[in-house]
Design a protein around this ligand. Structure first.
Ligand code: Q9C
Ligand code: ZN
Length: 348
């Protein structure tokens, strides 16, 4: 049977920050691509070829001056755009191909080749603002992917779930007053980049379409499961997205060097199952996942493997695992989020 899960891979993604010391390293994708080539994974996925995004497409989210600033790094040995964010000669090309990877994934979902997929790209995107690089990100891949889906397929309701350790400041800002895109983020707080408090709920036409779940360190598999079940589930049924994106960071992994969370590969599998269930309920199963952070190499590899296995219906979860997550205690933050969001989502 032909697989219905796509993966976006490209060697150019490994050229960004090649032979440059950085935690957001090419090795992150190398371990993932090697895992995909191993016997137990090979042949299970549809290879989706990315194409580079154009200047005009990047301008859906970024300013002309900023796009030109990133373009000016093309071929340059090393440029620092932000204290955390550097470029090497092929970074601009890789960044355009990362954005285009999301476009190609969306195209393959809408032409029926696949029902879901994972863009295994870098650089990551959710911190890249309209006019500046931040937090290892050059262009906002997921925000541009959502704009692409709206413009190309006429979508009116898109859900972006951001489970990276860090708040996706730039994704939130892109859609803050937008009635078409619901942004939902779980993140360590207070932590980099500083945004993502409970009180940030959107503005104007976007009021109630930003949902932040700020978390102290230490949250694990069943906590994330309960947060998605209790808050995201009801909101998603009411919002009825036609397509779901996930900004999937794996820096909530239990041993990640940048964070203090305790998520394991089984937790990511369960979260993926939840996203698939939400997508099945309202979005004709359309689910596009993109890689953001995750800096513990073997943790990243095993977590991405768990997500991919879930997508193809070869779950690493047992019935007991799922029962444990379902029986888990509801963390107190759930009530706090509900109290704030009830004004916009009466079913909470
Ligand atoms: N300058 C992603 O996970 N840490 N980005 C900054 C103080 C930046 C993380 C520390 C972390 C960025 C995609
Ligand atoms: Zn992150």
């Amino acid at each position: 049977m032909a697989s219905s899960t796509g993966v976006v891979c490209h060697d150019l993604y490994k050229q960004h920050l090649a032979s440059f010391p950085h935690v957001e390293s090419p090795e992150r994708l190398q371990v993932i691509y090697d895992m995909l080539d191993a016997a137990d994974m090979a042949g299970k996925f549809v290879a989706v070829s990315p194409r580079p995004a154009t200047h005009e497409e990047l301008a859906w989210v970024h300013s002309d001056a900023y796009i030109k600033r990133v373009a000016s790094t093309d071929g340059e040995a090393h440029v620092s755009l932000d204290p955390d964010t550097q470029t090497t000669p092929l970074s601009y090309q890789a960044a355009k191909l990362a954005v285009g990877g999301l476009f190609s994934l969306v195209d393959k979902i809408f032409d029926g080749t696949i029902k879901n997929g994972f863009a295994l790209v870098r650089p990551p995107g959710h911190h890249a603002e309209m006019d500046r690089a931040m937090g290892f990100c050059l262009f906002n891949n997921v925000a541009l992917g959502a704009r692409y889906a709206m413009k190309t397929y006429g979508l009116k309701n898109i859900l972006i779930v951001d489970w990276d350790l860090h708040h996706g400041n730039a994704t939130q800002h892109t859609f803050y007053t937008d009635s078409d895109v619901l942004y939902f983020s779980t993140h360590q707080f207070p932590h980099y980049p500083g945004t993502g408090s409970l009180k940030e709920v959107g503005h104007g036409d976007g009021m109630g379409l930003t949902v932040n779940v700020p978390l102290s360190p230490g949250y694990g598999d069943s906590d994330f499961f309960k947060i998605f079940e209790q808050i995201l589930g009801p909101i998603t049924s009411a919002f009825k997205p036609e397509l779901i994106f996930v900004s999937a960071g794996f820096d909530t992994y239990v041993a990640d060097p940048l964070g203090g969370m305790r998520v394991t590969p089984k937790g990511y599998a369960a979260m993926t199952r939840q996203m698939m269930d939400f997508a099945k309920t309202c979005a004709s199963e359309r689910l596009a996942i993109t890689l953001e952070g995750g800096y513990h190499l073997t943790g990243l590899r095993e977590s991405v493997r768990a997500v991919l296995k879930e997508l193809v219906g070869e779950s690493i979860l047992t019935a007991d695992d799922l029962e444990d997550f379902e029986k888990g205690a509801v963390p107190p933050i759930v009530k706090e989020v509900m109290q704030v969001q009830r004004a916009y989502w009466p079913l909470l």
